[in-house]
Design a protein around this ligand. Sequence first.
Ligand SMILES: [Zn+2]
Length: 483
Amino acid sequence: MEDPAYNRIRRTLCAVVALCIASCSASMVVTGCAPAGGETRVTPPEPVRAIAPRDTSPGQSSPPATVDESDPVSTAEIAQPTRPLPIPPKPLPTPPTHEPTVAIRIDELAIGARVVVETAAGRVEIASLAAPESEVPWIAATPVEIRAQDGGWKVTPRGKAARAFAAGELEIRPAKGSSELLALKKQKWPGVLRLVRTSQSIDVVIDVPIETYLPGVIAKELYGSWDESTFRAQAIAARSYAVVEAARWQGRRHYDMVAGQQSQAWIGATDNAKAVAAVRETRGQVLVDHGVVVPAYYSSACGGRAANASGVVTDNPFHDIVPLSAGDGAPRPSCCQSASVATWKVTIALATIQARIASWGRGIGRSDLATLALPIAIEIADKNAAGRPTTIRLRPRSGGAVTIEAEDFRRAMNAAGDSKTSMRSSDFSVSISAKNADFTGRGFGHGVGLCQHGAQEMARKGSSYQQILARYYPDSMIMKAWK
Ligand SMILES: [Zn+2]
């Protein structure tokens, strides 16, 4: 018998993981939160990672430290759901006792593409993970060019003849004794590169210890001018999210997260001192709730009204927990309201709304949406305790009214990728004229968990990262999981 939650995931194509770093980080002003595809497709089966996550340091757990709850206002957001992930939900993991390694897919290339890897040291070690462990890695001069060939790999080092590697995952690491970073796609990456050939792509994956991974997340997520406390709170949220994702995908997929809004932004190696320090100073700290790690979703700006994770960024029943809830409806009187992204307006033609809803409906197999006549009314059908819309009702010119989850409505509108009609959040009111719908909205992103702009506002006024996390993940605790 299929799990109802599983079916629901299939039905709504609601992303379970996808965090759209709504963060308007310096680079992402409006691009953050680009919604998931209306024609969202089920992710095709992919090879399971061939290697288990490796523990990289002998840590030991410390007793949990309670979050300072002196500012226990309810509220929250960071990530933005985008893609359907129709897999059975997994319980949340207990905190790891050693630093985990995470697998980040940094690119998805066509089968015929070539991958060029460089290092400052001028050489790399290449090994087939399908080969016996006793096989010595091949030392290749860089730049080295790698292509898929005859089911396996063709590797051409600088100035030397090519060598063929059998099918299976191919691992490329800096030459032994070298602390050099791998250079790929004009960026530098810490960790080990792994190439995985799927039925339709070459996945470029980096296996990296989580503490080494995180600075390149934080550096992209936050404005460089923001306060240290914001960086630290963000580091703990991003670490907690990554721990949960790594546990969720273990044995199911050959990577844990992507570098991008479906998971968390990641720029690879970074020399952003504030990001590096925030990760170092919070090393091993994760958010826990009743002994398990909180998937600490976050977004750019909640607009003053938090969202529940459930039904917004996840349909995993294990994510339906107090730290990821909108709480009892207590207002967030001073959160991100002074941020530039606190409010937004957009006008969308009713005919465009009809077409986008129909496209979304076809993508998820909902005929009532796919055949919707021109809407003449758009109403908020339901709200959460904080007053944030959760369900939208569309009344068409002919036929019966239909309802759609508010966040799905936003995804449906944004699927076309038209920045002029981008809806920054699903917290809006709407007025209808003859041909158009005029939306007035609050916030940027899904509104679950940490509100980045609100966190910065707290930090600016002197709050600690513990106070920030206590506000946005109520009832959670900070625990130092590994040394
Ligand atoms: Zn906020």
